[in-house]
Write a protein that binds this ligand. Structure first.
Ligand SMILES: C[S@@+](CC[C@H](N)C(=O)[O-])C[C@H]1O[C@@H](n2cnc3c(N)ncnc32)[C@H](O)[C@@H]1O
Length: 316
């Protein structure tokens, strides 16, 4: 793990409200578990977003008119959603290439294999990168127009102010004529949200607890995951699902590689993820002080999810 992540772990676990950054979910195990989560019947997000992409692929690609263009994805995962666009793009003479950035090596290896199988003629560019720390440095192709993709409601893992800042930074990577497609999970009945993050197979629980196993593997920590429990709640004040790991008893965990001891009270919780849910108004508020303008709101038929197509406001 890099120095930034180590610092975030130490700062997070020594804070009054213990926390760990959600980007740490995605080691090899976490990446494999996340793929299983997307196939769980309760996890509606993937099904809904795929429906939108399937239905609107031509409309999205038509924004490029005849200009040569690339698809650029941040946090690509296995690329199964982008593939719906790539499939259509491959039939267009002005499509050039697909660039994917992800923090997980395993995700990019799977993505490479999937693309090779489905699109043997595509020469993709796959790059390991952390978009929370190195967005400014990402080497984005500048010769052609670009459609940026930020899917899976990953935007909901930021607080609203962080999300606005992230979108503003991303807009600085865009030229006139570029577009950005962002997936937002919409506010809905709490019971539907609750089931999506507490699936009956226990996959989300395993995904959350894997964070502690990762710390054991990579820092010589001695977490016993039997002594922790996955807790997922909807916070109506924030409009967000919140993930925690709850300490089932008073205990001390030792990180051998960091020579660090962390003490837990019984019922103390480590905050591991925020997944904000949005209304159309929330989305408009998110971009109101940025350089982005929403052009189209594309909904699935249940109105559980929306993909929003943005472009840069004209600078003139
Ligand atoms: C919630 S998954 C979404 C995957 C895919 N976009 C989808 O919609 O199914 C998040 C993906 O982003 C990657 N990721 C998470 N945090 C990241 C970061 N800070 N920088 C780059 N990639 C990140 C993970 O490895 C994972 O593949």
């Amino acid at each position: 793990m890099d120095v930034n992540s180590t610092l975030e772990i130490v700062t997070g676990l020594t804070a009054a409200q213990k926390r760990l950054p959600s980007k740490l979910f995605y080691d090899d195990n976490g990446t494999a578990l996340f793929r299983k989560i997307t196939e769980a019947p309760e996890y509606y997000l993937t099904t809904c977003e795929k429906e939108i992409l399937r239905k609107n692929a031509d409309f999205i690609l038509d924004q490029m008119e005849n200009r040569p263009f690339n698809l650029i994805e941040l946090g690509a995962g296995d690329g199964s959603k982008a593939s719906l666009l790539i499939k259509k793009a491959m039939t267009r003479p002005n499509f050039r290439s697909y660039y994917a950035y992800d923090i997980s090596k395993k995700a990019l290896e799977e993505l490479e294999a999937n693309l090779e199988k489905s699109f043997p003629d595509l020469e993709p560019h796959l790059v390991i990168a952390d978009y929370t720390t190195s967005l400014e440095e990402l080497d984005i192709p500048s010769q052609e127009s670009n459609i940026f993709l930020f899917l899976g409601s990953s935007i909901g893992n930021f607080s609203p102010s962080q999300a606005s800042l992230f979108l503003e930074k991303l807009s600085h990577k865009m030229k006139d004529g570029d577009f950005l497609l962002v997936g937002f999970d919409l506010k809905k009945a709490e019971r539907i949200l609750y089931k999506a993050y507490n699936d009956s197979q226990g996959l989300t629980a395993e995904f959350n607890l894997n964070l502690l196993l990762r710390l054991n593997r990579e820092y010589g920590a001695n977490f016993n995951i039997e002594n922790f429990k996955h807790v997922e709640i909807y916070n109506p004040g924030l409009g967000a699902m919140e993930s925690y790991l709850l300490s089932l008893k008073e205990q001390t965990v030792y990180f051998e590689d960091l020579n660090l001891e962390i003490h837990f009270q019984q019922d103390e919780m480590i905050h591991t993820e925020l997944s904000y849910k949005f209304s159309v108004e929330d989305i408009e508020n998110l971009v109101k002080d940025t350089s982005l303008k929403a052009l189209s709101f594309l909904f699935d038929h249940k109105r559980y999810f929306v993909s929003v197509l943005f472009h840069r406001r004209s600078l003139h």
